[in-house]
Design a protein around this ligand. Sequence first.
Ligand SMILES: C[S@@+](CC[C@H](N)C(=O)[O-])C[C@H]1O[C@@H](n2cnc3c(N)ncnc32)[C@H](O)[C@@H]1O
Length: 298
Amino acid sequence: MFSSLVKNLKSAREKGFRACVRFGVEKFDPYLNYPIGRLEFLLQVARNEPYFGHFCAAGQGVAAGVHNQLRKQIREANMRRLVFQGCSLPAGNARIVEVGSWAGWSAIVWAKALVDCQQKTGEVVCVDPWVNYLDLTANHTPVYRAMAAATKRDAIVRLFYHNVRAAGHAATVHPFRGSSDRCLPLLRDTTFHLAFIDGDHSYEAVKRDLQNAGRLVAEGGLLCGDDLELQFEDLDEAKLRENLHCDYPFDPKTNQHYHVGVTLAVWEYFGRRVSAWDGLWAMRKVGNSWQPVNLPPA
Ligand SMILES: C[S@@+](CC[C@H](N)C(=O)[O-])C[C@H]1O[C@@H](n2cnc3c(N)ncnc32)[C@H](O)[C@@H]1O
């Protein structure tokens, strides 16, 4: 605990004063019921600007970029490249389906990228129940508690609507409120050019999402997802299976945390290593098979 604090502090120091302040806010805000984040949130709403900070854990995961703006920018650039690879249709009507949208960060990235690759009548369908799905007894960190709290009284879904509207993409982003198990089977096969899986990260849920979303992808389209920090071949299988009850366990072999359910389900679905960039992964549908995706340099 102490050594990780020192390590984080050192890396924040290297990134300058602003990063240090953000680091402090991130570490202590959850224990103080988010007064700073709440204020920031109210200011952004008053200015009609999207909010992806601490309050409501709006910027959870990489989207937070809380003290790592660079990582967030790289993630966004790679997502945009995936859209240019999978969604550059001459008719300009590419469709994206996203499982798991939270406060709308990724949905807005997809929508912006669709505009930039001339998909004037394109759309992003966002499937999310916006209810608590986390087991707080197995996952203890403050961000999980903040996420669970954000689902109360629909705070997070209201923030999603605010963010999408404030970003100017309300006409392109279409929320579909419900669990992926119920919603994906209602969508027509092979009608999406990119399907992104970032919902419940438990093994069973990711496995079902891969099956349900895979059949929605059109020929040449992409099936992709988030939070594949480590691939199956990088890990010790016995340890991986021991950890399956947890969302984000620590792997001593590689000395890092990873989403165990995502790792195992992706491996079982594709039966091979997939293309991946810092947790973001993708494969292309070619006939009855899935092929790796090569992203051109930025
Ligand atoms: C990691 S967050 C998504 C973050 C978002 N993609 C982003 O980058 O901004 C996970 C989301 O999955 C949603 N979720 C949980 N269970 C789900 C399910 N069964 N079907 C669809 N979405 C689910 C949660 O409500 C939450 O919004």
